[in-house]
Design a protein around this ligand. Structure first.
Ligand code: NAD
Length: 504
């Protein structure tokens, strides 16, 4: 623990006070907190101890319709889209500042809601959210439109315009960050946004909406409508007055989202989906200790609930024993603990359903004959929460369930290889293509592998580089489009050509 100020915070006491004071789980539509029209709620259960911490509005098609109407009205009268980019920037910077000012409250909501360690909610999720909003705010008044090189008799302007009403539908693993990756470019570009958070993690998004209003975002420009995927989510994706969906979630639901777009108004559907990322460690890896640290660190960060977790580890047979020996020595540092303890680096699995799913995959790995060399069990069940020991399977074959399906939990599959071309072929023999890595001291091998790997991001001799300036997204069934970087504006803007005839 480096921050002495944070050391003093008694997170248990804070959590107790927050829950006792009552966490507001009402929707945020048209600039105010409201109950679902049906008056229905669903319980928000903390995975830390299995206890209810709030009731959340169970919105459905009627609430979605209200939010979309409000977003449309805000877009049509240009109360936001019509502001100069520098004005939008000012409001968004204020929004980012407010997020930073409320970092402890937001971090606590995130940890209580989905079980990630408070140290990471506070040091990663909240600052990354604020940083993302700041980054797009800073970008928007520095981007110029174009004039096409046409003939002297005409002027062809190529301008970017906001698409209109954007639906953001996001998952529970990084609730605020995933929301920010959609919100920030969409709002900066002048759109109105209706956000549907995951039913497993609605609380921080609702609070973000309040902070955005406080920052000066006009009413209606940003609403948050919590609810079930098959109710609120599908109603939003099917809505005839939504122009664009920014979806992050599973490949299964991503396919439905694209269908909803086709069944309704052919809205643009951008999907950021699942992964089963391949991490290839060659025998000539320049720094095996770094490779072990990064491979396990990226795998077990966020309880393994990361879309880009390097969950398929290909290790060249000659160094596998040494790699696994070094890995075993590190495993103790990833053991689950109470997420409200500042020292905790591995928290709770998001809910009981996900816990059972992860345990089911572990059982399948054993049944299919993979060799369990670490973890494999549920821990701290007496807490009432959902904790799984970080798990490593060796001697995994590429066609096993644990090597081919996304587990979205702390389970690593180790596969050995003798020939890099074989490893690349196996790495690419996946429905997914989100990320990949190759570890080698040979520049030619590194370049050939990074060209051959069918993934949106390829790391060379690393797995933990990250920056707002680079796009994030996948090939194949890991989705389309890119979050982050200036490329995200492509999703939330239309390109308009205006021909102006020049008289003689
Ligand atoms: P999910 O697909 O179950 O849910 C995602 C969102 O979609 C939630 O808000 C959910 O309520 C909603 N939803 C569910 N059914 C719906 C329906 N029929 N219509 C409309 N909306 C619906 O995914 P999850 O379990 O929340 O998240 C985990 C998945 O997200 C993993 O597959 C992970 O890899 C992926 N993910 C991808 C990225 C990326 O950038 N590629 C980032 C984070 C997570």
């Amino acid at each position: 623990m480096s921050n002495s100020e944070n050391q003093k915070i008694d997170w248990h006491a804070r959590a107790h006070a927050l829950v006792n004071a009552g966490i507001d789980g009402r929707a945020f539509i048209d600039g105010r907190r409201v109950d679902a029209i049906s008056q229905l709620c669903f319980p928000c259960i903390s995975p830390i101890d299995g206890k209810q911490i709030a009731q959340v509005a169970r919105c459905d098609a009627a609430d979605i319709d209200l939010a979309v109407r409000s977003a449309r009205a805000a877009f049509d009268d240009r109360r936001w889209a019509g502001k100069a980019p520098a004005q939008r920037k000012k409001v968004l910077l204020q929004f980012a500042d407010l997020i930073a000012q409320h970092k402890e409250e937001l971090a606590l909501l995130e940890t209580l809601d989905m079980g990630k360690p408070i140290r990471y909610s506070l040091r990663v999720d909240v600052p990354s959210t604020a940083n993302c909003i700041r980054w797009y705010a800073e970008a928007i008044d520095k981007i110029y439109d174009e004039i096409a090189p046409t003939s002297e008799q005409a002027l062809a302007l190529i301008t970017r315009e906001p698409v209109g009403v954007v639906a953001a539908i996001v998952p529970w693993n990084y609730p605020m960050i995933m929301a920010a990756w959609k919100l920030a470019p969409a709002l900066a570009a002048g759109n109105s946004v209706v956000l549907k958070p995951s039913e497993k993690s609605s609380l921080s998004a609702l609070r973000l909406a309040e902070l955005a209003l406080e920052a000066g975002l006009p009413v209606g420009v940003f609403s948050v409508v919590p609810g079930m995927g098959h109710e609120a989510g599908s109603a939003l994706a099917l809505h005839m007055d939504v122009d664009c969906i920014g979806f992050t979630g599973s490949t299964r639901v991503g396919k439905m989202i694209v269908q909803y777009a086709g069944q309704s108004n052919l809205k643009r559907a951008w999907t950021e989906l699942g992964g089963k990322s391949a991490n290839i460690v060659c025998a000539d890896c320049p720094d095996l200790d770094a490779a072990v640290r990064a491979s396990l660190g990226a795998m077990f960060f966020n309880q393994g609930e990361s879309c880009n977790a390097p969950s398929r580890l290909f290790v060249e047979a000659a160094i596998k024993p040494l790699f696994l020996e070094k890995a075993q020595a590190l495993m103790a540092s990833f053991q689950p603990d109470d997420p409200l303890n500042e020292a905790c680096v591995m928290g709770a699995i998001v809910d009981e359903i996900q816990l059972k799913s992860v345990m089911g995959y572990i059982d399948a790995g054993v049944a299919e004959g993979a060799k369990l060399i670490s973890g494999g069990n549920q821990v701290a069940s007496e807490s009432g929460g959902y904790y799984v020991a970080p798990t490593v399977f060796d001697q995994v074959l590429p066609n096993m369930k644990i090597a081919s399906e996304e587990i979205f939990g702390p389970v690593l599959a180790v596969i050995s290889f003798d020939d890099l071309d074989d490893a690349i072929r196996l790495a690419n023999a996946s429905a997914f293509g989100l990320q990949a890595a190759v570890w080698t001291a040979d520049l030619n091998k590194a370049i050939k592998a990074s060209r051959a790997l069918r993934a949106g991001t390829v790391h060379v001799n690393s797995y933990d580089e990250d920056d707002m300036t680079v796009p994030f997204g996948g090939y194949k069934q890991s989705g389309n489009g890119r979050d982050k970087s200036l490329h995200a504006f492509d999703k939330y803007t239309e390109i308009k050509t205006t021909w102006i005839k020049i008289g003689a």
